[in-house]
Design a protein around this ligand. Sequence first.
Ligand code: NDP
Length: 274
Amino acid sequence: MESITLNNGLKMPQLGFGVWQVPDEEATPAVKKALEAGYRSIDTAMIYKNEVGVGKALKESGVPREELFITTKVWNSDHGYDNALKAFDASLDRLGLDYVDLYLVHWPTPKFDQYIDTYKALEKIYQDGRAKAIGVCNFDIEHLERLLSECEVVPVVNQVERHPYFQQQKLHDYCKKHNIVLEAYSPLMNGKDVLNDQTIKAIAEKYRKTPAQVILRWHLQTGVIAIPKSVTPSRIEENFHVFDFELTAEDMEKIAALDKNLRIGAVPNEFHMR
Ligand code: NDP
């Protein structure tokens, strides 16, 4: 497993395991399978309603806590300083942990204009040592600019939608400049079109790998963190076996050329679900 050193010195596995849309009872076997396969980084969130199932898997797996890298997120309805502190306590409780490795603001919800106060609560949690690192999700450049000018702790990551059809190059460049690692969610486009892309398929055949493995390898070689989700044991294994081959510069360029600016998720400035 390759790791990325975050801007506060903490090491984070470059490949993690996501559990969005996994019900609590399915989360336990899925996370246990992922830990058996070798993943150590697990990405959950309060709104996924599976922190209990994830926590159960962590406990039952017997993997020492210090080897794990656990991320969870503060949901939109818990924005504001005091609310975020309370939401964090509740997440820790559900996970059965006394700290998380990474705590993230899930969406900026700019209409409610509370993400600065929310992030300040995360700074407090970080300063108290209850999150080893803090960061954000779904922040566009304008939200990051405001955060960097009004807060003290530079987020370690910005977790955003990213796959070959939606590469977010401008945001990636901005993050690199500010020492924020881009973390790719829906790295396989949530299992949609890109897995059937002809260019990806041709590259996969050449390396005797699957399209998913080629896409994940591309993410890793562009320096981002990727957190694919699967509840299928064979795919959980498949997605982990991406450290035994390397794409050539030419193949990387072919994948770069696939960008269609095609977003499948919500637009950060327009998403205000609570
Ligand atoms: P992914 O891009 O990881 O794709 C998951 C889908 O692809 C599932 O339907 C899965 O099916 C399928 N799949 C997985 N592996 C393979 C494979 N090898 N071959 C074929 N199909 C495959 O989607 P997500 O949207 O779940 O993103 C990953 C994670 O990112 C989430 O789980 C979550 O942790 C995070 N996330 C964060 C967001 C945020 O706002 N911060 C928003 C969205 C996601 P199956 O499970 O049936 O095997």
